[in-house]
Design a protein around this ligand. Structure first.
Ligand SMILES: [Zn+2]
Ligand SMILES: [Zn+2]
Ligand SMILES: [Zn+2]
Length: 479
């Protein structure tokens, strides 16, 4: 009730000796039982489970954020969805804390806000159903959506924090991610599956290996990749047209007068006697000189050191929940159709084997062939394009293959191999087609994706009675 003084009491199992980092003060307010703790609370979260709301006494910003973040990434619904308020008597909460809490109290004894907000959240929580058989990723998706829904959050926008790009709740949930999957991949997936609507907010570049956004950039020598560089202006003497580095024009290597090393005239006025048309860079390790240096970016997350053209451009979006997301929360069922990712125009492996078995019984072996295309180092290829682009890349390769086949041909994938049939095609012709495909794929990788060092081998196999066995042995021989 409004104006009621909250009644404080220590929770039942606590005595006067309870140290403040374990203390839970129990407060009754309206129809709620509220726990009050300090932001340096180190007790178990399970002992907070029974309360309707938690109010946290602010002492330090980082300590406070850490505690709320730990609460929010707990997988027990009764804990991560708990209404949480911060008692801070002056100043406002930083955005990163306001995003993951439910309000700020300026006085410990004014719990009016807690009453109204906590009750509304409790009603919302009652609408959603948490299924018990979620896998790790589904739990993350569900927890994120559930938090947004129970808080009536119309938009979730990216923030920039000390940790890099930060999405409220989702980043907290992914912080201890054992699978090293970045939260941007989960956001993309949630948008593809229509749980979220995204609108562009800003763009950034992320590590091609782990999608991490904490990158250290440096200029390097394009020849030996050393960062030990020196830069110098280039001087152009109008009178004799001599062009050379500025240091060549310095008299006795000093800093004063400039004199042309070719015609020995003094250079007085820039724009009148001479100009500086360019800057040259010199590598102090390999002595190369060049006008354009290369850029490398080292990922602080995984240590991967990459040339910047391999970084992945990421759009950071502002997200809002869709109708589908809300229905999913209410039903508790998340469809994870994406788990068995299928590439268009490729037969599922068991059907591929069946089709092959059928076709080889129909076709004379000298008239039909199968090409086995193998990437010699597929993991490093994926490293270069990024795990999230793997299916897109494979789809493009499959489309290249498809255009050179006839319409009754078929394809199958068992990485690092791609198989495709060339039915009613003689051996010579099959060799030419397979070499052409290798050429086209290399062209795609080198020119469009600027990938280097991709090794592809193609082997033309006759469709005789042993082919199924040959292929099944082949796919077991290489991991
Ligand atoms: Zn000169
Ligand atoms: Zn160098
Ligand atoms: Zn990385």
């Amino acid at each position: 009730m409004l104006g009621d003084n909250p009644k404080y009491k220590k929770s039942a199992d606590q005595t006067h000796q309870t140290p403040s980092h374990l203390m839970i003060e129990e407060i009754s307010h309206a129809e709620l039982v509220i726990a009050r703790i300090f932001d340096f609370y180190r007790g178990t979260f399970l002992s907070l489970q029974q309360y309707d709301a938690i109010v946290i006494q602010y002492t330090d910003q980082d300590t406070c954020i850490q505690l709320v973040s730990r609460l929010r990434c707990h997988f027990d619904q009764a804990i991560y969805l708990k209404p949480v308020f911060i008692i801070k008597d002056h100043g406002t909460l930083p955005e990163s804390l306001a995003d993951i809490t439910d309000g700020q109290l300026s006085r410990a004894d004014d719990l009016t806000l807690v009453g109204s907000v906590a009750l509304r959240i409790r009603d919302r929580c009652a609408e959603i159903n948490l299924s018990l058989d979620y896998n790790y990723e589904e739990l993350i998706v569900f927890s994120f959506l559930a938090f947004c829904y129970t808080r009536d959050k119309e938009q979730v926008r990216p923030r920039i924090s000390q940790r890099g790009i930060y999405y409220p709740i989702l980043s907290d949930l992914m912080y201890h991610n054992v699978n090293q999957r970045h939260f941007t991949a989960i956001l993309d997936k949630m948008e593809r599956e229509a749980f979220l609507d995204g609108t562009f907010d800003r763009a950034t570049y992320v590590c091609s290996e782990c999608l991490g956004d904490y990158l250290l950039y440096r200029e390097v020598c394009p020849h030996c990749h050393s960062a030990h560089l020196k830069s110098e202006d280039v001087v152009h003497h109008f009178r004799c047209a001599h062009v050379g580095p500025l240091s060549d024009f310095r008299v006795n290597g000093g800093h004063g007068t400039l004199e042309c090393p070719k015609c020995q005239h003094e250079l007085k006025h820039i724009g009148v006697d001479y100009d500086k048309p360019a800057t040259m860079h010199y590598c102090l390790d390999c002595n190369a000189s060049f006008q354009n240096y290369a850029m490398k970016a080292e990922c602080c997350g995984c240590g991967h050191d990459q040339e910047v053209e391999y970084l992945i451009k990421k759009e950071l979006k502002i997200y809002s929940l869709t109708e589908k997301a809300i229905n999913t929360l209410k039903s508790g069922r998340i469809q994870t159709k994406e788990q068995s990712k299928e590439i268009e125009d490729v037969l599922p492996w068991h059907l591929f084997v069946k089709t092959l078995d059928f076709e080889q019984s129909q076709n004379p072996s000298d008239m039909s062939h199968m090409v086995s295309l193998r990437f010699n180092d597929f993991p490093s290829l994926i490293k270069q394009v990024g795990e999230e682009n793997k299916y897109k890349l494979l789809s493009e390769i499959v489309q290249i293959i498809k255009t050179t086949q006839q319409n009754f041909d078929f394809r199958g994938i068992k990485l690092p191999r791609i198989y495709f049939s060339l039915l009613q095609t003689r051996h010579n012709e099959a060799e030419i087609i397979s070499q052409r495909i290798v050429f086209l794929i290399n062209h795609l990788l080198n020119d469009n994706l600027r990938l280097k060092r991709v090794m592809l081998t193609a082997e033309v196999l006759p469709m005789n009675g042993d082919l199924v066995q040959t292929i099944l042995t082949e796919i077991q021989s290489v991991p």
